[in-house]
Design a binder for this molecule. Sequence first.
Ligand SMILES: CC(C)(COP(=O)(O)OP(=O)(O)OC[C@H]1O[C@@H](n2cnc3c(N)ncnc32)[C@H](O)[C@@H]1OP(=O)(O)O)[C@@H](O)C(=O)NCCC(=O)NCCSC(=O)C[C@H](O)C(=O)O
Ligand SMILES: [Mg+2]
Length: 362
Amino acid sequence: MSGSRSAKDFFRPLAVGAPAPLTEIPARPSRAIHFFDPSNPKMAAKIPDMVGKVDVLLGNLEDAIKADNKTAAREGLVKIAQETDFGPTQLWTRINSLDSPWVLDDLTTLVPAIGDKLDVIMVPKVQGAEDIHYVDRLLAQLEAKAGLERPILIHAILETARGVANVEEICAASPRMQGLSLGPADLAADRRMKTTRVGGGHPGYLVRQDPPKNELGVADINAARTTYQQDLWHYTIARMVDACAMHGIYPYYGPFGDIADEVACEDQFRNAFLLGCVGTWSLHPKQIAIANRVFSPSVEDVAHARRVAAAMGDGTGAVMLDGKMEDDASLKQCLVMVELAEQLAAIDPELKAQYDAIEVDA
Ligand SMILES: CC(C)(COP(=O)(O)OP(=O)(O)OC[C@H]1O[C@@H](n2cnc3c(N)ncnc32)[C@H](O)[C@@H]1OP(=O)(O)O)[C@@H](O)C(=O)NCCC(=O)NCCSC(=O)C[C@H](O)C(=O)O
Ligand SMILES: [Mg+2]
């Protein structure tokens, strides 16, 4: 429940005539949220062909769009949305930040023009529940005026220290809250981290093995020692995952700026997937395949999960499979995998064929 609204009012529209808020956020596949600049003619021309090949297309209006192109990007997005049938692909936008001179025009232009096609509005640099409340009320007013029949959802980017500190209240601020993404570049700057990258790791953030000891038991600190690079984003992503799970909404990684390094990109995405994220951003067409691969459970994992489910019968008790104990709790993890596989199979025929080919012998 939001801090200032009582439980009975939480699911009432915030403007007369606005659509009723959803009581549950649908689990729509969103492995890759693909960013494009609607003011860039080359990128814009590629969008119709990407429909059906990526789960989410996001027209970006904020950072990475030159100040001189803000209006062109907004108008470009309206044109693309009006001319494109998005089929199973969701259409999202990232509006300008709430302290910018552009955001009001973003919302008052987009909602009447393409509000019926927009699934989610991503709000950058969210600091606390008050930012969500502002967008929530304004969207309700604009939806009512435009006669929209379904509410547009809100996705917040965590990219300030205050936003991270307030992550739970942000998730709880509105029934429109669909999910959270990590904004590692802005967050690093706001935290005054000493990095210069857009997401990913850093070779200096590491732990080193203890020194070996000589025969007298004295540590040889000059001996070669293995180091292990650590994940700079583990803490923040873990907080996001817990806050989202608690509020029934969805956590996402965010941008990986080293477009050329596909291996490290895949590693960063997989860490997020394993921790509980449902998707990530793709900044370049080649990151879509990486995201789709990582955020779809492997055939081996789905086969194992179905095998555990079959062996567990009514879901209670404990059984041994391949020398390992399985019980109610491991079954619940397996069911997360099975449900995700079913959702993805419904929109991805290639994955469906792979999952359908699995034979389960208990
Ligand atoms: C990163 C890019 C600037 C690279 O663009 P480019 O140099 O043109 O790459 P290529 O030559 O390899 O491109 C090949 C063709 O593909 C088209 N292209 C490139 N990117 C896209 C795209 N995202 N969608 C559709 N089409 C794309 C090119 O136009 C080429 O076409 P052609 O010449 O006809 O073959 C560029 O990829 C880019 O700008 N990407 C998006 C960047 C972005 O959105 N950044 C903002 C999100 S990250 C962020 O905001 C940080 C975050 O908030 C935080 O705080 O952490
Ligand atoms: Mg940012």
